[in-house]
Design a protein. Structure first.
Lengths: 339, 651
């Protein structure tokens, strides 16, 4: 094998390969060409095998030539293969990426559920244990055991729905406190989410709404601790580290001191104001005494979150009634999964 | 409680702007609901909590401001004037039957009230500013005094009542035609003022119309009494009454006020030359008046329970500043603070005066280490996630419904009586607790059909239903096409088997079989719409999950399987489950899977029959199955089916 004849052979092979590859219109013909030019029996590979007969510089230069030719043919094949695959999509398939897909299977989760879950998650991470209590209550659990005797003016604050036999629809989730204290000894650290009912219906009140009650009883629980937990909760919930929070004195028969908690908001006109988000306080000693928990040893705090209020603030909902109309134009706005 | 800034300034200096004043009030627990500017004055509306009866007067609010911030300095502009009653007090025979409930009763006579006499201008302006209409000069003055210092009084037309007055409990079925025009039926628990003939007022709540003061009234009897808060508590509300007077008495009026109120009335009458008036008389049982309660202050407990570092002296000063007397750790409440009875009440006062905002934020050291998540909510949330990812939208409806025919069925579609009627419902639409969720969801769909132009609706709700027991259930309601209108799929209507899939999937999510669940599937026809309803007991599901909460690997055979199909005609009433039960009894161990690939009724099938196509997959754990063995197995199954259900093989 002389250098010149090798060169001639290679040029011939290359020309033939270039021409045939170009002419090929499908992948199976292209595969046949690959076998013809680069397969075991191809001229190129045969020539490569016979390299061992050459010596010295001649061997080196012939090797280079052969490798070079192999690379060129290989590239030709690859390019052609790509263009064939590509043109197959373009020519034979009219797939339109912008077309709507087949019907979506994503529905929606009610915003109250979402907000409730978010609040519960935060509270569980703060080691509150979630419990539930009945929506139908008796007078004792809803009022008396919470230091609200029959004659108490605070009863007027709770317009109660009554059922037969003096049963009632609970007016707050605080009734669950009583049931838990009845069953457990301190330390008690619980939250109780659920539906509550009050005979009240206007733009800012619905006869049914949702609350999450929190209760912590242990030795040496202080108002400072209550401030701390509420701060952590609200800042985590609203995902705002410098959320402005204020506690102001209020009155609930079952807590003393009692507080209402406001957060600062800025309205569309840039004016600052305060919005009430929850009520809380230190558990009233009478409540502990009724539950047979020694108020000389134990103290505690309790809080009650209004879920609708939190939802309205976080989601920017201004009309409370939307929650219970179940209009799909409202519901479907809450399609996002929780992350 | 409404008042004006200028009225407050009768008592104290206000060296702050209106925003600061309102902030101070709010942060003291006297939440300012609303402020309205009127000329150069402000009308302040305070949302008072029921414990703070002491602030139901301008004097009380001024006193509160002074106690939280000494910059609200008391003005000392009151001049003592000497009062000279112009007439004698007519002899009245006052009989207090219920001394315990009315330990102090005062009266005074006004005479010769001129027809042309007018309410003093400054009084009229003040009460009008806070929304009280002028009615009669004397009534206006009494209203003014009530707002000013907090003492309710009542004026009777003296010529319409006899000279003998008693304070007693009402007799059963006694009635009063009150000032508001309504007649009230009284009970023994109501304290009344009566003359020899009639009830002339419902004590501390409202007067009778007959003896009320009118423009023609010449002589007036003024009543200024102290009624015990417990006596009046709840009484007005039970009669569906609420007056400024009852509001104050049931929360507690300072028992030292009646004399002051009488003096103030005399001063006003004299200064403004309104009419003749007598001296005032009081019948008092001072031993029956409320006592100042003594409480021993525990300084350490106060510091610990609030979490602040105050000295003993500072605590003492705080208590004195709110009007308490303090000696050797014993504190006594002032007569106007009915809410200070036990130690915790004083803890609250200290925290309040110290300022809630100033109390430090201190994280607690909790001894609880477990971090449990609540299983029922986890389960419910998994179901909600599954449904939401299968195109269902979650609804939440009120627990109340209208007492219609459908509501007489519980969710299991069993009739039951109305246990859960609401006694004091708000409207007939909401007079009963619902025993199923389907009717609410169907209403939701109807609402949405009116609002949206769609032809596929898929809603669900998980809530409590109130039947024989309270139970949490899931209900899915669908109607119309299986999918939203689209270009790709053929329109297909929902049917009950779509709901079977949901039940099966939910079972699968928790490693159960649909037979483990308690559920119902119904089809409801209403106005040409077909609603498909699945209801499933969450309570039962949770019970089942609790007893079966682990996932275990089971070995499976990797040897080849053989499938045999059977198509046969069977009675339409034969349930699929009974076929499965029968096949199970044949005990063919190599039968690994049964699938139903066809169900057909109608043309070419005799009526009362249905055609089923079933596939049977056989596989052995230890050896490769032969076709002869598979044929043997299918013969066993076929024979049993023929014997039991008289099936007929289709060719």
């Amino acid at each position: 094998m002389s250098g010149d004849s090798l060169k001639n052979d290679l040029t011939k092979v290359l020309n033939e390969a270039t021409e045939l590859v170009q002419k090929t219109g499908n992948l199976s013909d292209l595969e046949k060409l690959r076998v013809k030019f680069l397969g075991k029996k191809s001229l190129l590979i045969q020539l490569m095998k016979s390299l061992s007969n050459l010596k010295g510089d001649e061997k080196i230069s012939a090797g280079k030539e052969l490798n070079n030719a192999k690379k060129i043919i290989n590239d030709l094949l690859i390019d052609k293969k790509l263009s064939l695959t590509d043109s197959k999509n373009n020519l034979k398939d009219d797939f339109d990426l912008s077309m709507p897909g087949k019907p979506s299977s994503i529905g929606s989760i009610h915003p109250i559920t979402k907000i409730m879950n978010q609040a519960i998650d935060i509270m569980e991470s703060l080691k509150f244990e979630c419990v539930e209590g009945p929506e139908i209550e008796d007078d004792f659990h809803n009022f008396t055991a919470l230091n609200i005797p029959d004659s108490h003016p605070a009863r007027a604050m709770h317009d109660t729905f009554y059922l037969e036999n003096n049963f009632l629809l609970r007016t707050h989730t605080s009734s669950v406190q009583v049931r838990v204290m009845d069953q457990k000894d301190p330390p008690i650290r619980i939250i109780a989410p659920g539906k509550v009912y009050r005979k009240d219906s206007d733009i800012t009140h619905t006869p049914m709404f949702h609350q999450i009650e929190g209760l912590y009883i242990d030795k040496e629980v202080s108002f400072s601790n209550l401030k701390s937990i509420i701060n952590i909760f609200l800042k985590t919930f609203f995902e705002e580290d410098d959320l402005k929070i204020r506690f102001r004195p209020s009155y609930f028969p079952f807590t003393e001191p009692s507080a209402e908690v406001d957060i600062e908001y800025i309205d569309n006109n840039g004016n600052k104001g305060w919005l009430e988000v929850l009520g809380c306080g230190m558990v009233h000693p009478n409540v502990l005494d009724i539950a047979n928990i020694d108020s000389k040893i134990y103290s505690g705090y309790a809080f009650g979150l209004g879920v609708e209020r939190l939802a309205m603030l976080k989601l920017g909902i201004t009309d409370l009634r939307l929650f219970y109309e179940n209009d799909l134009r409202f519901l479907r706005q809450f399609q996002r999964t929780e992350i | 409680m409404k008042l004006t800034k200028s009225w407050l300034e009768d008592y104290i200096e206000i060296p702050f702007n209106i925003e600061e004043l309102c902030h101070h009030l709010t942060m003291a627990g006297l939440e300012v609901d609303d402020v309205l500017q009127k000329n150069d004055d402000y009308i302040i509306d305070i949302d008072l909590t029921p414990n703070r009866s002491d602030c139901l007067s301008v004097l009380g609010v001024a006193r509160e401001l002074n106690s939280i911030n000494k910059k609200y300095k008391y003005k000392n502009n009151k001049q003592d004037i000497s009062i000279s009653p112009s007439i004698k007090n007519t002899e009245k025979k006052i009989k207090i039957d219920e001394k315990i409930h009315c330990p102090k009763y005062g009266y005074m006579n006004l005479e010769n009230i001129p027809k042309e006499v007018k309410t003093p201008e400054y009084i009229e302006k003040k009460i009008n500013d806070i929304g009280i209409k002028s009615v009669h000069p004397i009534v206006d003055i009494l209203n003014y005094i009530m707002i000013d210092i907090g003492q309710p009084m009542h004026a009777y037309d003296a010529e319409k009542i006899t000279n003998e007055i008693s304070v007693r409990f009402a007799k059963n079925n006694e009635t009063i035609k009150a000032l508001d025009g309504n007649e009230y039926k009284l009970k023994k628990e109501n304290i009344v003022i009566s003359d020899t003939k009639n009830v002339i007022s419902l004590a501390g709540i409202i007067g009778a119309e007959d003896c009320s003061v009118k423009n023609t009234t010449n002589n007036i009897l003024i009543e200024c009494a102290f009624f015990m808060p417990d006596t009046l508590a709840n009484k007005a509300r039970k009669l569906k009454l609420h007056t400024e007077s009852s509001h104050r008495y049931e929360r507690g009026v300072d028992f030292n006020l009646p004399e002051k109120a009488m003096i103030q009335l005399q001063e006003i009458l004299q200064e403004n030359n309104i009419c003749d008036f007598s001296i005032y008389n009081f019948i008092e049982h001072s031993d029956l008046l409320p006592v100042h309660k003594e409480v021993e202050i525990n300084n350490d407990k106060i510091r610990k329970s609030i979490g602040i570092d105050l000295s003993d002296d500072e605590i003492k000063d705080f208590l004195i500043s709110i009007g308490c007397t303090y000696q050797k750790n014993i504190v006594k409440n002032p007569s106007f603070r009915y809410d200070l009875n036990i130690h915790a009440d004083y803890v609250e006062e200290i925290a309040r005066i110290y300022g809630y905002d100033n109390i430090p934020i201190v994280p607690e050291k909790i001894s609880i280490t477990t971090n449990k998540t609540y299983l029922p909510f986890k389960i419910i949330n998994q179901i909600k996630q599954y449904l939401y990812k299968n195109s269902y939208s979650e609804c939440i409806n009120y627990s109340f419904v209208n007492d219609e025919v459908m509501e007489n069925f519980d969710w299991k579609n069993e009739e039951f009586n109305n246990h859960n009627k609401i006694d004091n419902y708000m409207s007939l639409e909401q007079n009963k607790l619902r025993s199923n969720l389907a009717s609410s969801l169907i209403n939701n769909i109807k609402y949405n059909i009116n609002m949206n132009s769609e032809n596929s609706y898929r809603l669900f709700e998980i809530s409590s239903v109130f039947g024989e027991n309270i139970e949490q259930i899931l209900t899915c309601v669908v109607t119309g096409n299986k999918e939203d209108e689209n270009w790709a799929a053929k329109k297909q209507k929902f049917d009950q088997y779509d709901m079977t899939t949901i039940a099966e999937d939910i079972a699968k999510l928790f490693g159960l079989n649909k037979n483990d669940l308690m559920y119902k599937i119904n089809e409801l026809n209403e106005n040409k719409n077909i609603y498909i309803v699945l209801s499933l007991s969450i309570n039962e599901l949770i019970k089942k999950i609790k007893s079966n909460n682990t996932e275990q690997f089971q070995n499976f055979s990797k040897l080849p399987y053989i499938r045999r199909d059977l198509s046969f005609i069977i009675d339409i009433s034969t349930s699929y489950q009974s076929i499965l039960n029968l096949i199970e009894k044949t005990n063919v161990l190599s039968l690994k899977k049964i699938l139903l690939f066809d169900l057909y009724e109608g043309k070419n099938i005799p009526s009362g029959k249905k055609s089923l196509g079933m596939g049977f997959i056989f596989q052995d754990a230890n050896k490769t199955l032969t076709h002869e063995e598979a044929d043997q197995y299918i013969d066993i199954i076929l024979k049993d089916l023929e014997e039991e259900f008289q099936i007929e093989l289709r060719k």
